[in-house]
Design a protein around this ligand. Structure first.
Ligand code: ZN
Length: 239
């Protein structure tokens, strides 16, 4: 099975459209959370993923927008965006976000936003936190997001090791692996292009990809819609 891995789209419809135009034929799309928050087009982004039949889990921004809770943990720009998204979305759209699973098993993999210790909030940046998740994994493949940085963590002895993937390269997956495709809508690894990945569950490989999109268009929409300007500025630097 060929699966497109997306995460942290963050209401950046222009970036999502560019990615979906670039993806090869596939059997499924898995989205590891934070579909809304930060960006200008939360409603249209949700609609496009629904139209593509994507399998979606909940992220911290999704839940904050859905419920209005957890905003205290956000920086001021993130909280301001979550409040605006909450106001823009319909009750049905907010209910759909609130109903998203935190952890979902599909196609032999386990998908979540943060980690298996804390699916909503924990950032898996290092091998220690990765090892804690890999230890809890009941499938040999896990997929997450949340850090906005593409990564592969593999079980290594009692711990884990990190592979920093490069764009346009294909990596074999070890016996137990955690794959983060990076962020479509707000990359934070210094590359402004949308980040995503393509999984082949039969070959047990993952290929990482970057797709350029019209950053200026998204920046214009962010400013036009009254979102904090900082959220537009950071997209150009991919930070
Ligand atoms: Zn995010």
């Amino acid at each position: 099975m060929r699966v497109i891995l997306l995460s942290d789209v963050h209401a950046n419809l222009v970036a999502l459209e560019a990615v979906l135009a670039a993806v090869p034929p596939h059997d499924a799309v898995w989205v590891m959370g934070d579909t809304v928050g930060y960006g200008p087009d939360p409603s249209d982004t949700l609609a496009l993923l629904r139209e593509r039949g994507a399998t979606v889990v909940a992220g911290n921004h999704d839940l904050a927008v859905a419920t209005g809770e957890g905003l205290g943990a956000f920086n001021p720009a993130a909280a301001a965006a979550a409040k605006l998204h909450r106001a823009w979305l319909s009750p049905e759209e907010r209910d759909a976000l609130a109903a998203l699973p935190l952890v979902l098993r599909t196609g032999g993999a386990t998908c979540f936003h943060g980690s298996l210790r804390d699916p909503v909030w924990e950032y898996v940046f290092d091998v220690r936190s990765a090892a804690a998740t890999l230890e809890r994994a009941e499938t040999d493949l896990c997929c997450n997001g949340h850090t906005h940085v593409p990564a592969i963590f593999e079980r290594a002895g009692a711990g884990a090791r990190l592979v920093r993937p490069r764009a346009d390269e294909t990596y074999p997956l070890g016996a137990t692996a955690l794959v983060n495709p990076g962020s479509v809508g707000q990359p934070r690894d210094g590359d402004a292009r949308a980040s995503w990945a393509m999984l082949d569950t039969d070959a047990r490989t993952v290929e990482f990809r970057r797709t350029a999109y019209d950053v200026a268009e998204t920046q214009g929409r962010i400013r036009d819609r009254g979102l904090p300007g900082f959220l537009a500025d950071r997209l150009a630097a991919g930070l």
